[in-house]
Design a protein around this ligand. Structure first.
Ligand code: OGA
Ligand code: MN
Length: 294
């Protein structure tokens, strides 16, 4: 069988089928999926009853795994493998997490528009999110295409953003949500990363506007001015016509390219269970990437 794609949105996102992603992939399958990701940036696979190990194996076909903030927070978790990121409101004992738990804080941070791990270098390429248990209302996940955001910038802004870089900081979302109880050791463990606002997506060759809520400062600008500027660009990037909203079904696996999309979770009743598992692929460090393309 070969990869089949059905577009789900006018500018990006396709439903993918025709390849059994629970089994080891051939080199041709990997390439076909990568080409589809270059074009669509988000692929939706339905009806994938994957074990944690199968999800890890599928993810590893695209590169080494990234653990994001897990290596900093080192909180006890319930999932069997440290490479699985527990995107749920369930605590280490398997109970629905307390309303004011760190678990829910992370989930609320995920409800702000972001690109996974943009606060670190190497950052993330693909993330894969697999649905296990879903609440009865809400809890959709939305995606926005940053290449379309760039293409639709007003001309004046497009010229302006060309030579600007922004600092992305892991704890910025937490601080925004009123959580500031971090030790100096934790803060030092995650130095900010700096990324140009305008980048070229390696797979599609398209330019994109790299914004998101982790971006807290335009390099060289006063803070208030840079925060408003970044907020304006983020608002542009996430206009409704650029957004795909995913209504989850159990055993969906959605994969997205963090280098050219943003995503956010939507509200649900946190007294109900919502359990998804994430795996993420680590990019090559930017110094190495620049050296390779020079
Ligand atoms: C993530 C994420 C959003 C959601 O898993 O990286 O941001 O809807 N999830 O759970
Ligand atoms: Mn995320």
């Amino acid at each position: 069988m070969s990869l089949r794609l059905k577009p789900l949105h006018p500018v990006f996102v396709a439903e993918a089928s025709g390849i059994d992603i629970s089994q080891p992939l051939s080199a041709e399958d990997v390439q076909a999926i990568e080409r589809a990701m270059d074009q669509y940036a988000v692929l939706v696979w339905r009806g994938q009853a994957l074990t944690g190990q199968q999800q890890i194996d599928f993810t590893r076909a695209f590169g080494p795994l990234d653990l994001g903030l897990k290596k900093v927070f080192k909180r006890p978790e319930r999932l069997e493998d440290e490479h699985l990121i527990d995107i749920s409101n369930v605590d280490a004992e398997g109970k629905v997490a307390a309303r004011n738990s760190p678990k829910n804080l992370s989930n609320f941070a995920n409800q702000l528009w972001h690109s996974d791990s943009s606060f670190q270098d190497p950052r993330a390429t693909y993330s894969m999110l697999h649905a296990m248990v879903l609440p009865t209302w809400g809890g959709t996940t939305e995606f926005a295409d940053l290449r379309d955001a760039y293409d639709t910038l007003p001309e004046r802004t497009r010229a302006e953003v060309e030579d600007i870089s922004a600092e992305h900081y892991a704890l910025h979302t937490r601080l925004l949500l009123g959580d500031d109880a971090y030790t100096d050791e934790q803060k030092k463990a995650i130095p900010p990363a700096v990324w140009p606002l305008v980048q070229t997506h390696p797979g599609s060759g398209r330019k994109l506007l790299f914004v998101g809520v982790h971006a807290r400062q335009v390099i060289g600008w006063p803070t208030a001015e840079s925060r408003m500027y970044l907020a304006d660009l983020l608002e542009h990037a996430t206009q409704r016509e650029r957004v795909y909203s995913h209504s989850w079904q159990v055993n969906d696996l959605v994969m997205w390219d963090n280098r050219c999309t943003l995503h956010r979770g939507r509200r649900y009743d946190i007294a109900e269970r919502r359990e998804l598992r994430r795996t993420t692929v680590e990019d090559v460090p930017s110094v190495q990437r620049v050296a390779e393309t020079a």
